[in-house]
Structure formats: C-alpha cells, structure tokens
Design a protein around this ligand. Structure first.
Ligand SMILES: *Cc1c(COP(=O)(O)O)cnc(C)c1O
Length: 379
C-alpha cells in the first residue's frame, strides 16, 4: 500500500459495535470483566485503550515498523527510551539537538550516572571518536533543530552496529513522509507527534516505532509501569491529523522551497539554512535519504545582530511568534531565547547557533501571502 492510502487507512477499523468509520474516543479508564481475568484484551487504560491501540498501529504502519507506542508527549517517549540504559552507559548525540532532549539528557539522566557526548554528527568521524565499550545508544535527530544539518542515518547505523549500540532517530522534523529511519538501519524512531504528525497545533503527544519484539517487551513495560500515556481524545486528534499528513507535507515542502529561495535572494539576508539547496553542506545526504526537504528554514539577517532579528519577529503578521512547529499555520521563533534557551550560551555558540538566528516553520497557507509577510517584516 502506498503512503497516502496508509495515512488514511492503516491501523484503523470500523467500530465493531456500530460500524462508525472513524475510531471512537474510548473515554474510559476501565473495562468490565466477565470473570476475574476473563476480559477482551482491555483491563485499564494506562495499559491499553482501543483509541490508542489504533493510533499505535497506524504509526507503526507509516514507518513500516512492527510496533508503535504512544506517549503523553515527545519528551515522555524520549524518557522511555533512555530508561533502557543503566548507570555507566554512554550515549552519543548531536550537538544541535532539540533543547528539551538536551535538557532531559543533561539535567535528569546525567545525574543518574548516564554519560552523554554531544558531537557535530554530520561528521561521522566525530561520532566514531567517542565510541567505546560503554556506548549503548546513538541518538540522531535529522534534520537538526534549528540549524537543519542532515545526519546520514545509514552511516550512523553502521557505527552503531560496530559498537553494539542501539540507533535512535528523532524523526519529528521529517515524519515518515520524508524518511523512514527503520529502513536505513535505525532501531527506534522517536516522534513528537505534537508537530507535523498531528499537524494542527491542538495537542501534545509523542511516540516510538520499532521492529524488535524484545525491545517491545521492555519499552511497553516502561510505558505502562511509568505511565506517561496519552488520553484517548488526544489519540483521536493525532489519528485525524495523520489522515492528511501526506498532502500537508507536500504543501509544507512546496512552500518551504519557495520561501527558502526568496530568502536566499534577499539582499538583507546573510545566510539561509535549508537542506534543499545544492550548496547546503549535507545536501547529498539529504537528497539520498529524504523524499523532499521539508518546511523548516532558519536564517540570519545581514550583520548578524540580535536586535534586528527581534524587530523582524515583532513585525510578522502571518508567521506567528510561538514555540513549536509543524502545524498548518506558519510560525516563527527565536531559538536562542525560546526553544534552545535551555542550552547554555557557550554550547549554543559551539554548535554555530547565532543569537540572531530566526527559525520558520512554513505552514500550508498560500505562499504568496507568506512571501508578502516576509517582505513587509524584513523590508
Ligand atoms: C518538540 C520536539 C520534541 C519534544 O516533544 P514534545 O511533544 O514537545 O514533548 C522532541 N524532539 C523534537 C525534534 C521536537 O521538535
């Protein structure tokens, strides 16, 4: 089955009691048993819920994976993966990682004895240099946030296999429409469903997708034991969002390309970060592993002054200044004070993240209106 058909049909079934074509919101905490232990596969909604089951099956199908697990947020999904580790274990990750992932790694798990290395991962030699016998996990995010570096998933998989480590890919920016990391050798795919997957800026949720049955035993144990599970209403919203993922992503990519080109030609813009450009340092990898280049763009104004960036952000009419990304509406952000404020200034600088960088999440509005907005804001 092709992607768009799967986005609409995979994992979901008409409701057996009424024939309802859309998955009902099973707003229940518990399920009646005929006799102790004699039930229909559902006992308690932290453990299983039918709305969540259908979403998890849909998510697994979109990534061509065997198993999907849904969580109350992308961070709860991330947390579940790190629980696979023990004190003394080491993780190698990218140095322009999502700020919240950096925070949970360094502020929650480092004090518990897990060691994290942050390296410029588009250079696989930098990864290899940190591998040792304690390396248990390699954590990739691609394209990265907000600098849109592209990491070679197949190459990272080769390093992980040599090290006997798991390869985890945060696929939030790409979605399975743009790339399916399991097919490139990843062991676990992580999502903030909050972003493109749900797509309408109306819910916070996360997920994991993977193939291995033993991993499933452990991860689903943690999902239930630690309890970071989503409610059925949120699962319903993500299921509804997924049905248009392919057409939303297509438009995000089309608009993204036109806006990246507009910005690149603008005399007041010094630098544009977008992996679709031929001269993007990782363009070849992006062209190989992604189906298109996405709607996330970052740029720096001429002169690289923070106050100029703030002035542009204040002038935007359509690009609303807000955290998050991947919704139907366009958003703008200032990573240094917003999404990436939890990364120390020196670490931001080392990763090449300027305090004057503006990040755009290009929505699916008419692109002419978006370009008008950029024109009036940048001047
Ligand atoms: C938003 C985001 C997360 C965290 O997800 P939440 O749903 O906000 O908890 C993780 N990774 C990336 C790349 C994100 O953009």
């Amino acid at each position: 089955m092709k992607f768009g058909t799967k986005a609409i049909h995979a994992g979901v079934h008409p409701d057996p009691t009424t024939g309802a074509i859309m998955t009902p919101i099973y707003q229940t905490s518990t399920y009646v048993q005929r006799s102790p232990g004699d039930h229909k596969g559902y006992e308690y909604s932290r453990t299983h819920n039918p709305t969540r089951t259908q979403l998890q099956d849909a998510l697994a199908a979109l990534d061509n994976g065997q198993h999907g697990l849904a969580f109350a947020s992308g961070m709860a999904a991330t947390d579940c993966v790190i629980k696979l580790l023990q004190p003394g274990d080491e993780v190698i990750s990218t140095n322009d990682l999502y700020g919240g992932s950096y925070r949970i790694f360094t502020k929650v798990y480092e004090p518990l004895g897990i060691k994290f290395h942050f390296v410029p991962m588009h250079d696989m030699e930098a990864v290899r240099a940190k591998v040792n016998e304690r390396t248990k996990l390699i954590w990739v995010e691609t394209p990265t946030n907000p600098l849109l570096n592209v990491i070679d998933i197949a190459a990272a998989s080769a390093v992980a296999k040599e090290a006997g480590a798991l390869l985890v890919v945060d696929n939030t920016f790409s979605t399975p429409y743009l790339q399916t990391p399991l097919a490139l050798g990843a062991d676990i795919v992580v999502y903030s469903l909050t972003k493109y997957m749900a797509g309408h800026s109306d819910t916070v949720m996360g997920a994991l997708v993977y193939n291995d049955d033993q991993l499933h035993e452990r991860l689903s144990f943690y999902q239930n034991a630690c309890g970071g599970t989503p409610g059925p209403q949120d699962c319903f919203l993500v299921l509804r969002g997924l049905k248009t993922l392919h057409i939303r992503m297509q438009r995000h990519c089309e608009n993204g390309r036109k806006i990246a080109e507009y910005l690149k030609a603008h005399p007041k813009v010094e630098k544009v970060y977008w992996p679709g450009f031929q001269d993007h340092p990782n363009h070849a990898v992006a062209a190989r592993q992604m189906n298109d280049f996405g709607g996330m763009i970052s740029f720096v104004l001429e002169g690289d002054r923070k106050e100029d960036a703030i002035a542009v952000l204040e002038k935007f009419q359509l690009f609303s200044l807000a955290e998050s990304l991947g919704g139907v509406e366009s958003l703008s952000g200032h990573p240094a004070t917003m999404t990436h404020a939890s990364i120390p200034a020196e670490a931001r600088k080392a990763a090449g993240l300027s305090d004057s960088l503006i990040r755009l999440s290009v929505g699916i509005e008419d692109v002419e209106d978006l370009i008008e907005d950029l024109k009036q804001a940048i001047g």
